[in-house]
Design a protein around this ligand. Structure first.
Ligand code: COA
Length: 168
């Protein structure tokens, strides 16, 4: 497969992003307004995967504070002035378009972080994706009570993970 590109999402991509989210995350629903807010607050981090002229995946990331997890389906309101990580909120790709997609998205977000002086990536791993993220250099972080409470809305398997870009 040729190198996968993740161009910035456009506002008109929102219905396609919401449709993929509803299909891939039926048990972790989020409203289109919540996606739209992220696209408005940090368009550079909101990317789509396009194949054959249609959107087959999306990835959403934004500057945030380490060890803090935005509630699922909640508004960010504003980005922190003293952000110390790029938080990958979600990446989802239609099943028949998987294979190299997450790797390319992470590389895109890594470039974005480095170019903005951010040295850490963060995410919440859901389902059984922890080994996948470990493959890309993310490491699970022991959650304190406050973080555990925030993770609850992401389901039982939720694991908070960080990747130090200086170390790789
Ligand atoms: C997560 C998702 C985007 C990954 O897309 P993808 O195109 O399959 O990802 P990639 O092929 O780029 O990367 C996966 C890497 O992890 C490996 N991998 C895949 N599943 C794995 C697993 N269960 N355990 C360990 N490694 C795994 C792959 O071999 C690959 O590594 P490689 O590039 O060295 O071969 C896709 O599976 C998806 O949309 N899943 C549903 C939504 C989801 O779970 N999103 C993540 C929320 S945290």
């Amino acid at each position: 497969m040729s190198k996968l590109h993740w161009p910035p999402a456009r506002a008109s991509d929102l219905p396609a992003i919401s449709a993929i989210a509803a299909r891939i995350h039926p048990d972790l629903p989020e409203s289109p307004d919540v996606f739209a807010e992220k696209m408005r607050l940090y368009p550079e981090g909101c990317r789509v995967l396009v194949a054959d002229d249609r959107i087959v995946g999306y990835g959403l990331a934004h500057p945030w504070k380490q060890h803090r997890v935005p509630p699922l389906d909640g508004f960010l309101e504003r980005l922190p002035d003293d952000a110390d990580c790029l938080y990958v909120h979600d990446v989802a790709v239609l099943p028949d378009r998987r294979g190299g997609a997450a790797r390319a998205y992470v590389a895109t977000i890594e470039d974005l972080a480095r170019s903005t002086g951010i040295a850490t990536l963060a995410l919440v791993s859901v389902y059984a994706t922890r080994p996948l993220w470990e493959r890309f250099g993310f490491r699970p972080v022991t959650a304190d009570a406050e973080l555990r409470a925030k993770l609850a809305s992401y389901g039982e398997s939720a694991t908070y993970m960080l990747r130090d870009l200086a170390a790789t």
